[in-house]
Design a protein around this ligand. Sequence first.
Ligand SMILES: [Cu+2]
Length: 144
Amino acid sequence: MSIHNLSVRNCGRAHLGRLLSAMRAWLKAETLVCALAVGVALLGTMQGREPSAPQSMAADSGKVEVRIDNFSFLPKEVTVAAGTTVTWTNEDDVPHLVVSADDQFKKSPVLDTNESFSCKFTTAGICVYSCSIHPHMTGKVIVQ
Ligand SMILES: [Cu+2]
């Protein structure tokens, strides 16, 4: 065996070794990326299953109820998705109205006990409303 041959063989082996370690590194990176993707997907699933929402947030039902009781709108503030219908029901023993502060919806008729008024909110924005008989009674619909 000549020295020349030996050095060529060593050279070849070294090259193969580099190639293998490069592949191993690549595989490791690939595995890591894969694990990360799975992790993110799992996290997404978990978030999706999270028991949703404080009571004032009922975005995907398409309907939100607001009670009127003891001279108050309950909840005083609701956050809804665009397209949601909000229904106010007077559970008080005196009449009330629901009137938008800046005419974002047609005002309700006078609501006697157990009467309801509904309004569909189609555009994003903040709608402040009150009862025109009792102006201190205010509420807010946040449309997202
Ligand atoms: Cu009122």
